[in-house]
Design a protein. Structure first.
Length: 298
């Protein structure tokens, strides 16, 4: 199976699970559930849930039991995208090549769909434990790990720093910190959730988390590069937005060539961390995911 076929197959598994656990789109209030379905199934790459499954599989776990953790993280990610696009944040009209949630459903429904997608994941994880996918102890660890990827050491804190940074120049260290919080923290959570469901010891969870953190930063550097050299049609969003908004990025701070070197260096760090894990088919997929992230065009 090629890596593209692997990604398609895992996306189908994640999407089937999401379809099973989300209330149908015609559930009242329909406007809310239509907005949720619209954004969850808008064609995201599913990098985070697949990373969660890979971490679980590479650490010897049952990836079927891990689907709840993977789907939970994707819902949190989608929630952050909905809120990120709002007029009070990035004010984006499009996302994944389609009207953003608030442009399609109105601002208040978008806020509430984002709220819903931020909380429902915890019910999904608790319910999976009740159904025997993993123990209540593991469910508690998964919930705490996801919350950590969102709150003071995660996405929300990163977004606050990012918004504050809009009105001034930032240092390279500040920019790295913003991206560690905004992007890498949730990727670290993917690795730790996968490890928790696999029942892996702390040392192996830390190793997988180190790789995921480096990959998260690499993902963000590539995002900054694509905003300059990417194809808007492939990306599903306009390019050049960062420079138009005079936003500090890896490219504006370091230049395109150095940003490319940094992405390659971070990908190498992510790969090196994986050397400490036992060889397996899932670990190979992990290595291929790193190659995909650093080489991606969308
Ligand atoms: C509600 C959790 C929550 C947070 C509120 C708005 C906000 C605070 C944070 C924004 C965080 C954010 C949008 C970070 C950027 C992460 C990022 C690189 C997104 C793009 O990810 P892809 O390319 O998206 O994986 P797809 O579309 O493929 O799913």
């Amino acid at each position: 199976m090629t890596f593209a076929e692997f990604m398609e197959a895992q996306t189908r598994r994640v999407d089937a699970y999401l379809t099973r656990v989300l209330p149908p789109r015609d559930t009242p209030p329909t406007h809310l559930h239509e907005a949720i379905h619209y954004t969850v199934f808008a064609g995201g790459k599913r990098v985070r849930p697949i990373m969660t499954l890979i971490a679980c599989g590479a650490l010897g776990g049952d990836t079927e039991a891990c689907l709840a953790g993977a789907a939970a993280i994707e819902m949190i990610h989608v929630s952050s995208l909905i809120h990120d696009d709002l007029p009070c944040m990035d004010d984006s009209d499009t996302r994944r090549g389609q009207p953003s949630c608030h442009r399609k459903f109105g601002e208040s429904t978008a806020v509430l769909a984002g709220d819903w997608l931020l909380v429902y994941p915890f019910e999904i994880v608790a319910r999976a434990a009740e159904e025997g996918a993993f123990t209540p102890d593991v469910a508690a660890r998964v919930c705490a790990t996801i919350a950590r990827g969102v709150c003071t050491s995660g996405i929300v804190a990163g977004q606050v720093l990012d918004l504050e940074a809009e009105s001034r120049d930032v240092t390279a260290a500040e920019l790295r910190r913003i991206h560690e919080l905004k992007t890498a923290a949730l990727m670290e959570a993917c690795a730790r959730v996968g490890a928790a469901i696999a029942g892996a010891p702390a040392q192996l969870s830390d190793t997988a988390a180190r790789s995921a953190r480096a990959l998260g930063l690499c993902f963000q550097v590539v995002d900054d590069i694509l905003d300059v050299v990417g194809d808007a049609a492939v990306l599903g969003k306009p390019t050049g937005a960062d420079s138009e908004n005079a936003k500090s990025t890896y490219v504006s701070l370091h230049g395109l060539d150095l940003a490319r070197d940094m992405a390659a260096q971070l990908a190498a760090e992510a790969r090196d961390a994986l050397d400490a894990l036992p060889d397996s088919e899932w670990l190979l997929r992990g290595r291929q995911l790193i190659d995909y992230v650093v080489g991606r065009s969308s």
